[in-house]
Design a protein around this ligand. Structure first.
Ligand code: ADP
Ligand code: MG
Length: 235
């Protein structure tokens, strides 16, 4: 496992304590997370495994500040996210977290370059730096030659590389990926996982990937198993 800097809360990038997320609609209640206690080290590559409905997406969203837990503590890089206002949370998320999605989530009318650059634009990065960072990130994922291609001109694996470049463009400390290989064949999935591994090792990032794909095990530092909203195994 990579050496981790000791500059977070107890040296952990992510810590949750008794995290609950209860969805309510009318009289119906679903407890998607039921007291999750979690500690993730800086610079580690972790997979969150579990069947559909086990709470993986909910947990990623709570850690990334896209969703609010019902109760408990979620601490990321020393910030207790529960204490941030909506505006503070949005600002924090743009700087600190990159998201990667199963269906890539690219804008179809924009080129690879424009899809990546847009995220830096939203974060308020000035044009010269934006251009440099965009090219650097496309380079990192091996797509410098495809910068002007639109999503429909690229394979699934290439589109996911654009998705990863977009997640990296604002230099986040944390990448959260929800089923990032779900739409890819196994050869392409392996290429994406190897890319993730090298990004974690070389860019000193923490990466959390939700997936039910057994392929992940060979690439990650640790596997966390989620069942019915609880961590049932760590190996
Ligand atoms: P996973 O990503 O592992 O498939 P989810 O986090 O999406 O699991 O879902 C966990 C549980 O929470 C499931 O029972 C799901 O039906 C429920 N759930 C997820 N999102 C919502 C929502 N917005 N409203 C109500 N229930 C939800
Ligand atoms: Mg999910």
């Amino acid at each position: 496992m990579a050496q981790e800097p000791d500059n977070g809360r107890n040296g952990h990038a992510i810590e949750t304590e008794q995290l609950w997320r209860v969805y309510r609609s009318g009289v119906q209640e679903v407890s998607a997370l039921r007291g999750v206690d979690l500690q993730i080290k800086f610079g580690s590559f972790i997979t969150l495994k579990g069947r559909s409905g086990s709470g993986k997406t909910t947990l990623l969203n709570c850690i990334g500040g896209l969703d609010r837990p019902t109760s408990g503590v979620v601490n990321v890089f020393g910030r207790n996210l529960m204490e941030l206002s909506e505006d503070q949370l949005t600002h924090w998320r743009r700087k600190q977290v990159g998201f990667v999605f199963q269906a890539f989530g690219l804008l179809p009318m924009l080129s690879a370059y424009e899809n990546v650059e847009l995220m830096a634009r939203i974060a308020g990065v000035r044009s010269k730096e934006r251009r440099e960072r965009t090219m650097h990130c496309l380079d990192l994922v091996g797509l410098q030659k495809q910068a002007q291609h639109r999503p429909y001109e690229m394979s699934g694996g290439q589109q996911q590389r654009v998705g990863i470049a977009r997640a990296l463009v604002n230099n986040p400390q944390l990448i959260l990926a929800d089923e990032p290989t779900g739409e890819l064949d196994s050869t392409t999935a392996r290429e994406i996982l190897a890319l993730f591994r090298s990004i974690v090792d070389e860019e000193n990032m923490t990466l959390l990937v939700a997936s039910h794909d057994a392929l992940l095990d060979a690439y990650v530092d640790r596997v966390l198993e989620l069942k019915d909203g609880q961590i049932v195994d760590i190996h």
